[in-house]
Design a protein around this ligand. Structure first.
Ligand code: SF4
Length: 233
């Protein structure tokens, strides 16, 4: 067995023991492609890079940069350019569940600490139900709205958005994204290498979970006053 397989294999065993949740699409991609050296190499590359870094903010940014770089070619493909309706202000995917690593939750908490205001009532509501996807989708569409969506339905933390948000792109009619509770069959743009990078980041993370749950936890860990001082938009 190569050193690469041994290193990733050891991480996977630790990962299974830790029961850290990995986003469904990243897991599916890993299950399908982990036997292909080119794709397993992405997991290795990311693990190598972030294992050497002690700052959670820097680790998250390394992963975000890698995800963006892997996606450049995919999103520039003529078919994606022609058939993807995704654009600023189109926020269907920002009403779905997003999983984040502990490092990403740290980045989001920092933005709030710096003064960004969010709707804490909604964050708390989402946090209570969001570890169970069925319960989350029983919330009304407006209650599922991500706390980082601004008044014009754009992401207020775009540069710092989680990895999962960076890979969210569909093909076809934008109306298919306007989910109101029932599951929709979306045709997603395939972002396999970015998915492998995301898988690696969750593999490395000691903790992960839904964005609302992880963010609220981080805010409470950092300082309860941050939570109580933020506005209720
Ligand atoms: S973090 Fe930004 S991109 Fe991600 S779901 Fe929230 S508003 Fe949308």
């Amino acid at each position: 067995m190569t050193r690469q397989k041994l290193f990733v294999g050891k991480k996977i065993i630790l990962f299974i023991i830790s029961r850290v949740k990995v986003p469904a699409i990243a897991k599916k991609t890993f299950d399908q492609l982990s036997h292909v050296p080119e794709f397993l190499g992405v997991v290795q590359l990311i693990l190598d890079k972030i294992s050497r870094v002690s700052s959670p903010l820097k680790r998250a940014r390394i992963v975000h940069k890698a995800v963006d770089e892997f996606n450049v070619e995919v999103f520039a493909h003529p078919l994606v350019q022609q058939f993807s309706p995704c654009k600023v202000g189109c926020s269907g995917c920002c009403h779905t569940q997003v999983s984040v690593t502990s490092d990403e939750a740290e980045v989001l908490a920092e933005r709030i600490k710096e003064g960004l205001q969010i709707n804490l009532d909604r964050l708390e509501l989402q946090s209570k139900v969001s570890e169970e996807s069925n319960t989350f989708y029983q919330l009304s569409y407006s209650d599922r709205r991500c706390v980082f969506l601004d008044d014009s339905d754009a992401c207020s933390i775009y540069e710092d958005r989680p990895s999962v948000c960076r890979t969210n792109a569909v093909l076809g009619d934008a109306k298919q994204c306007l989910v109101s509770g029932e599951t929709q069959q979306l045709r997603l743009v395939k972002t396999s290498k970015a998915d492998m990078a995301i898988y690696a980041s969750f593999l490395h993370s000691k903790e992960s979970g839904s964005l609302p749950f992880m963010l609220l936890k981080k805010l409470k860990e950092k300082s309860l006053s941050v939570v109580s001082q933020s506005a209720k938009l």
